[in-house]
Every structure is written in structure tokens, then in C-alpha cells.
Write a protein that binds this ligand. Sequence first.
Ligand code: AMP
Length: 506
Amino acid sequence: MNSNELTSDTPIMAFAQLQLADPLARAVSEMGYETMTPIQAQAIPVVLQGRDVMGAAQTGTGKTAAFALPLLQRMMRHQNASTSPARHPVRALVLLPTRELAVQVAEQVELYAKYTDLRSAVVFGGMDMKPQTAELKRGVEVLVATPGRLLDHIEAKNAVLNQVEYVVLDEADRMLDIGFLPDLQRILSYLPKQRTTLLFSATFSPEIKRLANSYLQNPVTIEVARSNATASTVEQHFYSVPEDEKRHALHQVLRARGMKQAFVFVNSKLGCARLARSLEREGLKTTALHGDKSQDERLKALDAFKSGEVDLLVCTDVAARGLDIKDVPAVFNFDIPFNAEDYVHRIGRTGRAGAAGLAVSFVSGNNDARLVGDIEKLIKTKIELEGLEFDENLPNIRQQGRINDGRRMYAHDGEAGGDNGRSAPRTEGRGNREDGYAPRAPRAPRSDYARPPAPSRDPFFDKPYEPTTVADKPAPSWEATARPASRSISANIKPKRKVAALFKTE
Ligand code: AMP
């Protein structure tokens, strides 16, 4: 093995062995960390030595602490209580592809640094620059940012990067997917050449290797997991369930397992909003999280989930990408994802950092069975389909399911105009790429189900998700607009309104 390469065989160590500065050790122990995760055990000593690192590790492996703790440790010599901004220049820069990831990493950095005098801040697009500017002007040692917004701040001279000593390119593969390479190149050109650079990526594609060759110096390569591996701590079940029984099945599993909180994944934003509404009516505190939600709404939904105000977070893949919510006990694949890789990402929300997790997938029909075959190939594990016994004491949700079933074909509309295949390009500049939309090749139309003409974009999705009660459930606006009148009314049948008018007596 090359001396620059480490594998997950490296022994796992206790945090106490690291001899972190007291304020950092205190924060770590307060967070309940005792043993380092494999990426931490491997990366922390190397970063403490000041070496560059190329790390293959996914979100959920403890990678944030793997870079944040040694960087904070090395910056301790700069900490000071002065109020002068000049005494708090940016010394560490952490770049991430999406706002959600940036917020999550910044939250963790803040927790680790809470007993130090080192300051941190986060800047990302899609939000007013003013509060971010004010924070930058006060001076921060650790700046967490998405590339586009950071460039805006550099251009506005709010962020000065000539004293940066450490750079982290986190989720580098996704930054390249989104098209951030030119922005990254510009940002890196502003930084001092003498620095430590850490690059983390789920995979080491040729592009990532090129990036590393250009910007890292003699890096130590650390790999902790195969990119498509699912955590061994996640218990995975695939239940064969008819389409119209899926909600019933969801209630059944939640009840049988005594579970309170879960992520429920669906394949389209329309399906997402609709399922959230149905589950809410059925008594589960539910919030929808999909690509049409504003940044503010997404953060609120996450907060509500984290605080336990909400039990179920129904989400699409794009909306959930990069979300770091600790200890989600279960992930449901209400729809089997079209891409097998999304299965791995979805179930990565549970069973994180060694905790036990549950991943339940509902398989219905031949299409789903084919998709399960793809997952089987990807994760290299034989998947057995299981039956599910229903507890007849559960409220009968099947009837409602059948009503929905009649509309099922509309649930796929989001696929074309939705999260993964945005039909209209967004035109508001680079800030928008920070939503986490990795551009993908448009999907080939599926021939195995009928697709009605795409409905026009509906203002329903511009509003925050509002739960409705059984007593108060107006027909959703998409129902009024989704179906062209010609489909439901034959040309031979006169509209009712006109017939009534004929009989009208004055
Ligand atoms: P990350 O991969 O950095 O997003 O971390 C995933 C989650 O694991 C975060 O919520 C961390 O708080 C948690 N975590 C990180 N390191 C440890 C550790 N050594 N022990 C327990 N939990 C950890």
C-alpha cells in the first residue's frame, strides 16, 4: 500500500487519545462523542500534522468533525477575545454545494467551537446578503459557504481571504456536478498558495482526481466506505404492497415498531404534497419537503422535524439531499426510487454514525420490481420481498387509497416538471444552483404507464404546505387544473351549468 493511502482498517480511537485543547474536548464530550468514527480516526491525526487530505467519505460518516476538530485545534493559537474585526480574519474556508449542507456544517462547527473564542459564520445564496455582510464585517475565523454566494461577498469586498490557511472542499463531486468548477477555481485563485487543503468526495472520479492534482499538495488519501455501500447498521425490508395499500402499510409498520419519527420518500413533488396531506388527515403530524419549497420553508420544515413538532417528513430526493438529521429511526421508500443510487442516499438518513436504523421500501407492481433489481445490483445484496400482515384495528385507509388510485397517473407528473427534470431553466443567476439541483440528463419517457398532458405549473406549490383537517378539505387546486376539461367531459355532453340555465325561471 502506498504510504499516502489509508483504509478503514485503521484502528478506531477514543477522542481522549487526541489531546484536543480543553475547550474542544469539552464540546466533544458534551455532544456525547467518545469513540471516533473511521474517517475521524484516520483524518484527524493527518490534518493535525498539516497534511493535505483527499477523503472518500459520505455525509453521515462523521466527516464534519473529521475536518472541523483538527482545524479548530490548529487555529486555537489565533483565538482572541478582541472585538476588532481585524483580529478575526478568515483563516478556514469550508465550501459546500448546497445551502442545507452549509447550514448543517456551520451548526456543527459552531457547536465544536462553542467554548473557544474562534468565530464562525455561514453564507449561502437565496437569502438577503445584508445580515451575512454584517456578520462577515464583524470578523470570523471559520467561514462556511456555498461558492456562488461567497463570490458575491468577495466581489462586494465583504470577505477578504488573503489570510486563509485551511480550505475544505466538501462534497466536491456534487460541487462539480452542479457546475461550480469555474467558481471554485476563482475562489481558490484568491487564496494564499501556502495552505492546507482538504477535499472530501463520495467518489474519486477522474474529474475529482484532476481537481485534487491541481489544488492539493501530496495529499494523504483516506477511504472509509465504498461509495455505494449501505450502512450495516440499517435493517432493510422490502414489502410487497399494492399501490392502494401503501399508506395503510406505512401506518402498520409505524405502529408495529412503535416508531414516532420517519422520513418518507416519494418520487415526485406532486406526490409529495398529496401524500403529506393524506397522512395529515389520517392523524400523523406531517410536513412536505420538495423542490418547490422556498429555502425558508425547507429550513422551517427541518426545524419542526428536529424539534419533534412534526413526526413525518415526506420528501423528494432533491429536497432531502444532504440533510443531516441525526437519529432518524426510520426511512420509508413510499415510492421505489428511479435511480438505485438514490436508494443508498435515502437510507443513509438512518443508521448514521453507528446508530441502528430501519429502511422500509414498498414494492408494488413490475416496474417497482425492476427498480428493486437495480438496487440489488448496486448494493450487491440479494433482496427478498416480504409480505406484510395488516392489523385490522388500524383505521381503514384503503378506501381512501382507492380514491387516490384513480388519480395515480398524475402522481408522476412531477417527474417531468419536477425535482429531477426541471423543464424550465432557472434564470436568476448562480445563486440558484445552490439549491442542490445536480443537473441530470432528462429521463426518457416511461412507456409503461399512461401520461396525461403535463398540467400547467400550479400556484399551489408556491404556497407553504398547509395541513388540512378532515372537516376542512377543499379540493386541492391541482385537481382543478391538472386535468384538461376535454378528458372528463365528452364533446357530446353539454356542461351542467348551461343545462341548469335553460330551466332557470325568472
Ligand atoms: P457528518 O457525517 O459529519 O454529517 O456526521 C453525521 C452525524 O454523526 C452528525 O450528526 C454528528 O453529530 C454525528 N457524529 C459525528 N461524529 C460522531 C462520533 N464520533 N460519535 C457519535 N456521533 C458522531
